[in-house]
Design a protein around this ligand. Structure first.
Ligand SMILES: [Ca+2]
Ligand SMILES: [Ca+2]
Ligand SMILES: [Ca+2]
Ligand SMILES: [Ca+2]
Length: 292
């Protein structure tokens, strides 16, 4: 296998958040064998340290890969294994790590082409063979959340075309029921999950931005009947978005409103502008504050 010199930048730039500036530590770079496109953090060896899974843009025709980096006791990473999988279009578009089946071991879910792939971790460091769930549309982003008032985690997937998103409900462990939701007619580059109205139920936020001229956030609230298919549309002031398109969103309480536990929505600019792919060039461009 050809060893790429592409590096993966974890910490790169200071970013601005309102009037505050936060200077991150100096960059730490690790080489991956294949061009990295997506990353997720979890535990792959049952110790107390967080490890990383990195999805690849290209390995070779009909072959995709997830590279596993284990965090050592000195807080550095060591490449431990590569999970290969067969696919017609194997470029990994998005990746998350979490315990999908509630067995105590973190699993890996990722999107490629119009599929979601899952590697279940059956015992520490041992991945099962690939489980594939085929959707109707291409995948641009996926996240975990709880969307039907049970205790098993579900998945939400954004599609870059057709004004649709998908929910994979998990009625019993490792069984995934696909529901496709038609929403505002736009193209979604990213999805995130958070309780935006502080009612204890997680809501879904879709970002239209990378592929369109008009930036918008489309919030689908969850009520007692489940996810509302009608979105609430949020559009930032256009001058916030001059000269670039946001590449992703993060739904977090970024300005410390812990006292009211409301979430804010941030637009990181994660597009490729300086030769490195993905995290390089991260800029916090806008924060939409919610007030009680
Ligand atoms: Ca670990
Ligand atoms: Ca698991
Ligand atoms: Ca569920
Ligand atoms: Ca909510």
């Amino acid at each position: 296998m050809k060893h790429s010199i592409l590096t993966w930048v974890i910490l790169f730039v200071p970013f601005a958040l309102g009037a505050q500036s936060i200077l991150l530590d100096s960059a730490i770079s690790y080489s991956t064998h294949y061009s990295p496109t997506a990353v997720g953090a979890g535990n792959f060896n049952a110790d107390s340290r967080t490890d990383l899974a990195v999805g690849a843009l290209y390995v070779k025709k009909d072959t995709g890969a997830i590279e596993i980096f284990i965090q050592k006791a000195n807080n550095t990473l060591s490449q431990k294994a590569t999970l290969f999988f067969a696919a017609e279009n194997p470029a990994v578009k998005c990746l998350i790590v979490g315990d999908l089946n509630s067995d105590g071991f973190d699993d890996i879910a990722f999107g490629y082409d119009h599929h979601i792939g899952i590697f279940y971790q059956r015992s520490p460091g041992q991945a099962d063979s690939l489980r594939t769930i085929t959707l109707n549309e291409q995948v641009s982003s996926l996240k975990m959340g709880y969307f039907n008032s049970d205790t098993l985690v579900d998945l939400v997937i954004s599609h870059p075309d057709q004004g649709k998103f998908s929910i994979l409900y998990q009625p019993t462990a490792e069984q995934w029921d696909h529901e496709e939701v038609t929403t505002f007619s736009s193209r979604f580059s990213e999805v995130d999950v958070g309780d935006l109205n502080n009612d204890g139920k997680e809501d879904i936020v879709l970002l239209a931005g990378r592929f369109v001229d008009t930036v918008g956030l489309f919030v689908h609230y969850q009520d007692k009947n489940g996810i509302d298919p009608t979105p609430t549309v949020l559009r930032p002031k256009q001058d916030m978005m001059d000269d670039f398109y946001p590449g992703g969103i993060a739904v977090e309480d970024v300005n410390g409103e812990i006292w009211c536990d409301l979430k804010d929505i941030a637009f990181p600019h994660a597009w490729n502008r300086c030769g490195c792919f993905w995290v390089c060039g991260l800029v916090m461009a806008a924060v939409l504050n919610k007030t009680p």
